[in-house]
Write a protein that binds this ligand. Structure first.
Ligand SMILES: Cc1cc2nc3c(=O)[nH]c(=O)nc-3n(C[C@H](O)[C@H](O)[C@H](O)COP(=O)(O)O)c2cc1C
Length: 373
């Protein structure tokens, strides 16, 4: 199928009109079925992110650690992980059946996602009374976490795990309080990973140009759009059927019938998307690039850990964050972006904007039984 041909050049106003027509045509039957008022989305997200069950036997604690690990950020909410419970601890394996061959052809972001899950798992292991010891995937294709018994060590990041979210709305344009910014800038890092903060307007404009260009590239690529549509969930029924993917309501878009959502995404002009993200970046207090010295699985895992640590720290300060990875995901832009923002030899891995905003609806996760070997 040539999605380009199928992409109607609809403006947002046309789309809203179309929505009205579609709503009338579809009638109450569809609405009842799709919006399924008897299926409670919030109840489902609350169950997934319920408080950690601490004072329980070790096997139940291990399952709780896995549940907290799955609450981590991950590309397109593919949840590309499988967990193995072993005698001495836990292993996190990649689930390559959930990869993103177009946006992430080298599984770079997939391994970053595993690093995000690892960070949550480590924070919860300390809180549950274990000392975790990590073996990175230098010689293997998985992460091993050995757990030894210790006394519980509470970390403020622990309580932030079920609260953190990728907030895709516009932010309120306010600067971050000086003390809070200092705290975030002093975040403990992982070997070979660094943070490059961008808060002055001239440098932010440079970042905005690259995000704009990245969006133009991605939204002109049919394969990118097809892959995105595959992981989009346009209404509650679709989202709850798989417990994964990107539910439109979590990004501030309305819930609509599947066919209408596809039509809308396929007909989005690259410039429309680029303008939207430029506006979101301009509404942010700043941006931060997470960069690594090396380009291999262990470096990606460590990058994911630093991202998750940063996002959890921001959460404790009531600061929201969201990704704008376009200039890193588009191969031709990545090294230009690296030079333009003065990263030197460090390789940009993730671009995150941050600022103050209201909380958005939470995204779903698959239950623990579905991510265990
Ligand atoms: C490696 C990686 C890349 C991501 N890229 C993007 C992105 O380019 N744009 C975006 O809006 N979200 C991006 N995300 C965020 C995920 O879509 C988000 O974590 C996932 O949908 C789960 O939602 P939550 O973080 O709110 O729990 C990325 C996350 C990771 C870990």
């Amino acid at each position: 199928m040539n999605a380009n041909k199928d992409r109607l050049n609809l403006s947002r106003r046309d789309f809203i009109k179309l929505l009205g027509v579609a709503g009338a045509a579809a009638g109450g039957g569809f609405l009842l079925d799709t919006y399924a008022p008897w299926v409670d989305y919030e109840k489902q997200t609350a169950a997934i992110s319920k408080p950690f069950l601490q004072n329980t036997a070790k096997p139940a604690q291990i399952l709780e650690m896995v549940r907290y690990a799955t609450l981590a950020a991950n590309g397109h909410n593919t949840q590309p992980w499988k967990f193995a419970v072993k005698e001495d601890g836990i292993e996190i394996h990649p689930d390559y059946s959930r990869n993103l061959p177009v946006v992430d052809p080298n599984d770079r972001e997939l391994w970053i996602s595993l690093g995000c899950a690892l960070e949550n798992l480590l924070v919860s292991a300390y809180a549950a009374g274990y000392i975790p010891e990590v073996t990175y995937p230098d010689e293997s294709d998985f992460i091993h976490i050995r757990l030894s018994n210790d006394t519980p060590q509470k970390n403020p990041l622990f309580d932030a795990i079920p609260v953190r979210q990728n907030t895709r709305s516009e932010f309120d344009g306010q600067a971050i309080k000086k003390n809070d910014l200092d705290l975030v800038q002093g975040l403990p890092l992982e070997p070979g990973v660094k943070l490059h903060f961008v808060t002055n307007p001239t440098d932010l404009e440079k970042v905005e140009d690259y995000v704009y260009q990245g969006n133009l590239n991605q939204y002109a690529d049919d394969a990118f759009i097809d892959e995105l549509i595959y992981w989009l969930r346009f209404n509650k029924k679709e989202a709850l059927a798989t417990n994964d993917g990107l539910y439109s309501v979590c990004s501030g878009n309305p819930a609509v019938p599947d066919w209408l959502g596809r039509l809308f995404v396929a007909s989005t002009k690259p410039e429309q998307q680029a303008d939207l993200d430029a506006k979101k970046l301009r509404s942010s207090a700043g941006a931060v690039v997470i960069a690594s010295e090396l380009e291999n699985k262990s470096a990606w895992v460590r990058t994911g850990q630093v991202y998750e640590r940063l996002a959890l720290t921001l959460t404790t300060l009531d600061i929201k964050s969201a990704f704008l990875n376009q200039p890193i995901e588009v191969t031709d832009l990545r090294s230009q972006f690296q030079n333009a923002i003065g990263l030197g030899t460090a390789l940009p891995q993730l671009l995150v904007r941050f600022g103050y905003a209201e909380t958005m609806p939470r995204s779903l996760r698959r239950p623990v039984e579905q991510v265990l070997f």
